[in-house]
Design a protein around this ligand. Structure first.
Ligand SMILES: Cc1ncc(COP(=O)(O)O)c(C=O)c1O
Length: 545
């Protein structure tokens, strides 16, 4: 017998068509507006639940349906699907008549199978919301049940975890997944650096721009785009770079990418083809970007940073032909590369060095004038990278590269073979936000809010960690504090996390040992919580010291 599974997901509209016996709709004349699609009266949609599935997820062959015990068989298959994650908690089971039609079973069999799952506590009938998965059995339970060894679960044992117990994040070298683990670890107060105040994301402006873009969108825009990015966005980025970063380029010189992270990955083969297998990095310097380089098997010799920025004499001594730098606001110390050091860097670059300029948060400045990007001074030897991660939201994954001319073609090729170019719709929306001035307005709003948070952090540090030294608070989304060497910063970060405050130890961002410290993001935390979090840090340091 032919498999029941047709390989297509049954949509709400399709389900309704199947049961009314209406002829199939012509896709060209089918309604495109989901609001005008026919609705299924058995399980109308709710905002909070996933739509119903057809039977595809069960991967059933009608030949497998036993002659007797059909309801028990189906209940077993459904339990298995919930246990292995094909049906997640919160999703709805298919309407009984849809499943009955697809599996060629009676509705009575389906209803009985659902009833059994409800009895186990795995699904729940909701009058207008259909039957919803509310708990997942373990695979072991499912197997035991299939072999007749199942017992009802014993009442849950009391949670004996020590309150405040935290994963072992801070012992040993941080691995590639360290930021994922940190992100997934709950803390009442989050000082993780690198996040702007995401509560102010300009949702209304974005929605307005998206509506306007959709209203004027041509069919061509829905096809494959230019791998370098939508021309509208490349034009808007050139205007943005000219006014905010002093960089004058043509749209053809800009490559739209999925953030600086992707820019670094695209650069791996390009650097290798240019004979570069070692990229010097600042020390202290971003662990994240260093990991991205190392992931491409590039060596990352450390170069010390002092009050003037990266030490160019030490950079020369590494022999590396490329250096990844954050000249406008060094990560994590916040140092601005001095005029003298910029001149030395430009000489190093003219002698054959390549500056990879990571301009990650240069737009956020409070008590200092803007510093032009190095790319504005030396086009041939600087590969400039920026993104909207700190301007709008990291989740957008939109950024740009302005490479030196000789890297333009190979980088475009790397981007083409990676993903054929960024998703076009968000690029067009961003272009519109840039052109309309909404992005600029948003930046000004962010600066005001971030400044208040930064001021709260500086005041709280003076009160609760009076011996600590604050670095790099004139700009950006974070600051760094260093303190006397008795307490390792990983111990302090662990103690803070156990008390509900999340931050990064400075030593994560070092290859060369140095004073302990913490990297504290303030931009995403309201002033009251900033003060409270710093008080907790002070308490933790006093206890450990
Ligand atoms: C030093 C540094 N560079 C770049 C980035 C941003 O990367 P992306 O543009 O991929 O979001 C970050 C993010 O935190 C960072 O800390």
């Amino acid at each position: 017998m032919a498999p029941v599974n047709t390989g297509t997901q049954v949509t709400r509209g399709a389900a309704a068509t199947a049961t009314t016996g209406a002829p199939p709709t012509d896709p060209e004349s089918a309604p495109t507006d989901p609001e005008s699609a026919p609705t299924d009266p058995e399980s109308p949609p709710t905002d909070s639940e996933s739509p119903a599935y057809g039977s595809d997820f069960l991967q059933l062959d009608a030949a497998d349906v036993p002659l007797g015990g059909k309801a028990a068989w189906l209940a077993r298959r459904l339990r298995q699907a919930i246990a292995d994650g094909r049906l997640t908690v919160g999703s709805r089971l298919p309407p009984t008549r849809v499943l009955a039609a697809e599996l060629r079973l009676s509705r009575g069999v389906i209803t009985e199978a659902y009833r059994r799952l409800a009895e186990d506590g795995h699904v729940e009938g909701r009058r207008r919301g259909g039957t919803v998965v509310v708990a997942a059995p373990s695979l072991a339970q499912v197997r035991a049940r299939a072999t007749g060894l199942y017992r009802s679960p014993a009442p849950a044992a009391p949670d004996r975890r020590v309150p405040g117990a935290v994963p072992d994040l801070f012992s040993g070298e941080p691995g590639a997944d360290v930021f994922d683990t940190l992100r997934a670890t709950h803390a009442r107060i989050d000082f993780t650096p690198g996040q702007p105040d995401l509560t102010t994301f300009p949702r209304a402006a974005w929605l307005r721009a998206e509506r306007a873009v959709l209203a004027g969108l041509s069919f061509e825009n829905l096809g494959y785009g230019d791998p370098r990015g939508a021309p509208q966005l490349r034009r808007a980025v050139t205007a943005w770079l000219a006014t905010s970063r002093g960089i004058r380029v043509e749209p053809d010189e800009v490559l739209v990418v999925a953030g600086t992270a992707q820019a670094l990955t695209l650069l791996h083969p390009v650097l290798r083809d240019d004979g570069i297998d070692s990229v010097a990095v600042e020390d202290p310097g971003s662990l994240g970007t260093r990991q991205h380089l190392q992931n491409g098997n590039l060596a990352t010799p450390p170069v010390p940073v002092d009050q003037g920025g990266v030490r160019v004499d030490a950079l020369r001594a590494t022999g590396a032909r490329a250096a990844l730098l954050t000249p406008a606001h060094q990560f994590p110390t916040g140092v601005v590369t001095s005029g003298e050091r910029r001149r030395e860097l430009l000489l190093w670059a003219r002698d054959g060095g390549l500056v990879m300029e990571d301009d990650y948060d240069a737009e956020h400045r409070y008590d200092r004038p803007p510093v032009p990007a190095l790319r504005a001074l030396l086009a041939d030897r600087v590969c400039y990278m920026g993104s909207v991660s700190k301007l709008l939201a990291p989740a957008l994954r939109i950024g740009w590269v302005v490479p030196p001319p000789r890297y333009r073609a190979p980088l475009t090729e790397a981007k083409r073979f990676t993903d054929l170019g960024n998703a076009v719709l968000p690029q067009l929306v961003l272009a519109r936000l840039m052109e309309s001035g909404d992005l600029e307005r948003h930046l000004h709003l962010l600066r005001r809010r971030h400044r208040r948070r930064r001021d709260a952090m500086i005041a709280a540090l003076a009160e609760h960690l009076p011996g600590a030294v604050v670095h790099g608070a004139a700009a950006g989304l974070h600051l760094t504090v260093t303190y006397a060497p008795e307490v390792p910063d990983t111990d302090l970060a662990a103690a803070a996390l156990a008390r509900g405050v999340k931050c990064q130890p400075l030593s994560w961002h070092r290859q060369i040992p140095g004073n302990p410290g913490l990297v504290l993001g303030y931009a995403a935390t309201p002033p009251g919580s900033v003060t409270e979090g710093v008080a907790i840090l002070g308490e933790a340091l006093r206890e450990l010291g």
